[in-house]
Design a protein around this ligand. Structure first.
Ligand code: 3PG
Ligand code: MG
Length: 399
């Protein structure tokens, strides 16, 4: 992949940057600005080099038309604070406002275009529609820097098509992400342990299948664990269960046994009466979740077990929280895994936290990000890389 260096002298040049500013919002309040902070090195570097920086990004999944709820206004404000310079926000993507905003930029200034997904062509399956939007975006700039690692698995106009129309290079975040994740995919130091959580098995089928040929240990928690427990014949009460995946998971368990991959499941579960922060709850054996009780976290014994299984690992990948960490009563499992990874990292392991939710969990639970080797800004993108897939947003940057 070409890098920013290859663009040469940036002074006075309009550089269009794709960033991933898809941050969690509570109304108009950004609850985790990790993705914005991760974008700063590239943006600062371009601005310091004298470029006129035009950033494009998406927020949420608006339906191809402007929707104030998904405006990037809060992001522009936060980005301005972090950069220490005002970031003007165009009120459209490729219209009058975008053109005049770009025109008024001085060297070293940064502007943001409004949500790329307010234009239906961004995510169109029709190549010509995406190409048309990409052509209009290309008209705003002289070069393209792809730095939205979280979206490089999307074949979308602002990620993929644009790279074919302007001199295109990878930004520093994309380079760092790809470099870090390839330490897990190419000849990982062993033991290689992967912790998977999050709500659904069906979101992780590809990556699980792939890891069963690559990892030494797979630790499973989060909502998806109940489908594993059910596949082992255990009762899961009213916990999240994907009935239609039970057979697939049985196949995984058999394949793991065949390949000598250790699957580590929780031994105890924190089960609640309902899905609520203050729901009455108790720790129960993982084999026997009572009828009507809903597992919302792995239990304390499991937390210790998981930490022990991480202690001697040399490569660790973690994707997906162990429980509903947003509720304090169900954050213990996620906290135990995070601490286990921090300890293993201090002992020399290379650790990657991937997935928007686990990365946010680390920060929300108050862990120091420096305790992990790499905190990925990608959810789906990091999973697809781990799965060994080709990502369109990276392929298009290949020399
Ligand atoms: C993410 O949040 O995973 C990325 O920003 C991609 O968003 P998307 O899943 O809506 O394409
Ligand atoms: Mg997503």
């Amino acid at each position: 992949m070409k890098t920013i260096d290859t663009l040469g002298d940036l002074r006075g040049r309009r550089v269009l940057v794709r960033s991933d500013f898809n941050v969690p919002l509570d109304g108009t309040t950004i609850t985790d600005d990790g993705r914005i902070r991760a974008a700063l090195p590239t943006l600062r570097r371009l601005a310091d080099g004298g470029a006129r920086v035009v950033v494009m990004a998406h927020l949420g999944r608006p339906k191809g038309a402007p929707d104030q709820k998904f405006s990037l206004a809060p992001v522009a404000a936060r980005l301005g604070e972090l950069l220490g310079q005002e970031v003007s926000l165009a009120t459209d993507l490729v219209g009058e406002s975008a053109r005049s905003t770009v025109e008024s930029l001085a060297d070293g200034q940064v502007a943001l275009l409004e949500n790329v997904r307010f234009d239906a062509r961004e995510t169109s399956k029709v190549d010509a529609e995406r190409a048309e939007l990409a052509g209009e975006l290309a008209g705003l700039a002289d070069a393209f820097v792809s730095d939205g690692f979280g979206v490089v698995h999307r074949k979308q106009a602002s990620v993929y098509d644009i790279a074919q129309l302007l001199p295109a290079v990878a930004g520093d975040l994309v380079l760092k992400e790809v470099e870090s994740l390839s330490r897990a995919t190419t000849d990982p130091a062993r033991p290689y342990a992967v912790v998977l959580g999050g709500s659904k098995v069906s979101d992780k089928l590809g990556v699980i299948a792939n890891l069963l040929t690559k990892a030494d240990r797979l630790l499973i928690g989060g909502g998806m664990v109940f489908t594993f427990l059910a596949a082992k014949g255990h009762s899961v009460g009213s916990s999240l269960l994907e009935e239609d995946q039970v057979e697939t998971v049985k196949g995984y368990l058999a394949q793991a046994a065949e390949n000598g991959v250790e699957i580590v499941l929780p031994t105890d579960i924190v089960a609640a009466d309902s899905f609520a922060a203050d729901a009455p709850h108790a720790t129960v054996p993982a084999e026997e979740i009572p009828d009507g009780k809903m597992g919302l976290d792995i239990g304390p014994d499991s937390g210790q077990l998981f930490a022990a299984k991480l202690a001697d690992a040399r490569t660790i990948v973690w994707n997906g929280p162990m429980g509903v960490f947003e509720f304090d009563a169900f954050a213990g499992g996620t906290r135990a895994v995070a601490q286990g990874i921090v300890d293993a990292t201090a002992g020399g392991a290379f650790s990657i936290v991937g997935g928007g939710d686990s990365a946010a969990a680390v920060r929300i639970l108050g862990f120091d990000e420096q305790g992990f080797s790499h905190i990925s800004t990608g959810g789906g993108a990091s999973l697809e890389l781990l799965e060994g897939k080709e990502l369109p947003g990276l392929t298009v940057l290949a020399d």
